[in-house]
Design a protein around this ligand. Structure first.
Ligand code: AMP
Length: 284
């Protein structure tokens, strides 16, 4: 049985009941419009916890004034079906007023990490993300919270926030899920026309080339980033925002690639903003 509530108080009660049964609690925060990427997080949570909470909230404060908050896809019924199929115990789908009552005035800002890459293009975005994630962690108080490596910068920032604020939760990163042709799954892919969908494939193919180059021994981060940048700049219909090769935990630029690297890109295809990355760990 999957319960559904829009009330924080009910979440607290149901989680407390679960804890009294001695089970571990897992949280999967989402904005809904769920796809196989979200499903993989739910499955990971289901495998490791006795009580799984999915939150479903299009968080207004992480969208800029000219971004797609109003038209972001909202597919509650399908999302609930997916949550039922994946054995979620509780879906928390609050209204904006439940999360941000009148007079709400607090934000969480992770300096440095939150200002580069996507943070440079979307000022304030990660403050909105951190604020809502901190609230969700406090409302649910999970043992483990699950985030996708698709949003690698978000994952690094959430980990840093949890460490800095001594929040008692384990943050689990889950692998990026792709369409069969390589496109990173995203709720925003629904915006793409068939032509744009084809053009968008350059992101994943440029990153696949970067992966091959690194696996073949390329150790210059600048060379990798330049290779990806050139490929995307030359690609029809794609407007590159950034292409970087950084440390996945600190997001600091790398000179030499040692055992770990995050190669990350953001670009617009038509009006749609897409991000993608490859994360390599344990390189020799
Ligand atoms: P969103 O609903 O876009 O905020 O995403 C909710 C969670 O799902 C975030 O932790 C994302 O990183 C994760 N996620 C979204 N797309 C993917 C994907 N293609 N593969 C893995 N995780 C994903």
């Amino acid at each position: 049985m999957t319960a559904l509530t829009e009330h924080k108080a009910e979440v607290r009660t149901l989680v407390r009941d679960a804890r009294e049964r001695g089970v571990r609690v897992g949280l999967v925060p989402t904005m809904g419009a769920m796809h196989a990427g979200h499903a993989s997080l739910l499955r990971a949570a289901r495998g490791e916890n006795g009580f799984v909470v999915a939150s479903l909230f299009v968080n207004p404060i992480q969208f800029g004034p000219h971004e797609d908050f109003a038209k972001y896809p909202r597919t509650l019924e399908q999302d609930l079906d997916l949550c039922r199929r994946e054995g979620v115990d509780l879906v928390f789908a609050p209204t904006p007023a439940e999360m941000y009552p009148a007079g709400f005035a607090t934000t969480i800002h992770v300096a440095g990490l939150g200002e580069k890459m996507c943070g440079g293009v979307r000022p304030g975005h990660f403050d909105g993300v951190c604020t809502v994630v901190a609230k969700l962690l406090e409302i649910v108080q999970p043992d483990v919270a699950y985030f996708g490596e698709k949003d690698a910068q978000q994952l690094a920032i959430v980990r840093r926030m949890v460490r800095d604020m001594d929040l008692e939760v384990e943050i689990r990163g889950c692998p990026l899920v792709r369409e069969p042709d390589g496109l990173a799954m995203s709720s925003r892919n629904a915006y793409l026309s068939p032509d744009e969908r084809r053009q968008a494939l350059t992101l994943s193919s440029a990153l696949a080339e970067a992966r091959q180059a690194i696996e073949a021994g390329q150790r210059s981060a600048a060379a990798v980033a330049t290779q990806v940048r050139r490929r995307l700049e030359a690609s029809e219909g794609v407007r590159l925002e950034y292409a970087v090769a950084v440390d996945p935990d600190t997001l600091a630029d790398l000179t030499e690639i040692k055992d770990t690297v995050l190669v990350a890109v953001a670009a617009r295809v038509g009006k749609t903003r897409l991000i993608d990355n490859v994360l390599l760990r344990g390189l020799k």
